[in-house]
Design a binder for this molecule. Structure first.
Ligand code: HEC
Length: 156
């Protein structure tokens, strides 16, 4: 093998190595995507109920109850498992989680507990009538907002 060919082969290997490294450099990419998926699904269900409250969609007890049940189910899945240490904004691509989350994990979990409580209550409220749906979704929205203002970096 000529020296030139050997040099070419070595460069190709080095380049491949760099590319593989770049792809795997963010060990939290998948888990950040997972938590975004959970959050986005809750937002979609909240949106359905919100449209009924605003009068953009007719009140439908069955649809509202299903949406509330979805939020409760997803809330029960969320834990620190989707928030491993080191996956904060600036360290993991696409993450908007503030480092404070890992400084006060008990508070994060308490806020998660509030979300679960509000979502469970909303299951009954959503199926009752538009007024109780409104009360329940307001409480749920507060639970979302309390955690975001503490642990989600402002967007853009
Ligand atoms: C216990 C804390 C907590 C609660 C409660 C919570 N979130 Fe989040 N949420 C976060 C954090 C932290 C992030 C940022 C995650 C990231 O970017 O890695 C986030 C991000 C999001 C995002 C952005 C996702 C993306 O793709 O960037 C949406 C949408 C969202 N939350 C919706 C909701 C809704 C709706 C609720 C209530 C039903 C809710 N969240 C309740 C902590 C919470």
């Amino acid at each position: 093998m000529s020296k030139l060919k050997l040099f070419g082969l070595t460069s190709a290997l080095v380049l491949t190595g760099v590319m593989v490294w770049a792809e795997t450099a963010d060990p939290f990419a998948d888990i950040v995507e997972t938590r975004h998926g959970l959050m986005m699904q809750m937002a979609a269900d909240v949106g359905k109920m919100g449209a009924m409250v605003k009068g953009d969609a007719p009140y439908d007890a069955a649809v509202a109850e299903k949406a509330a049940a979805n939020v409760a189910a997803i809330a029960s899945v969320i834990s620190l498992d989707q928030f491993p240490a080191g996956s904060e904004a600036g360290k993991s691509a696409d993450s908007s989680a503030k480092a404070d989350l890992w400084a006060t994990p008990d508070d994060f979990l308490a806020k998660l507990g509030d979300l679960n409580t509000a979502a469970e209550a909303l299951k009954t409220a959503a199926a009752t009538n538009p007024d109780s749906l409104k009360t329940g979704i307001t409480a749920l929205g507060k639970a979302c907002g309390a955690c975001h203002s503490a642990y989600r970096a402002s967007q853009g």
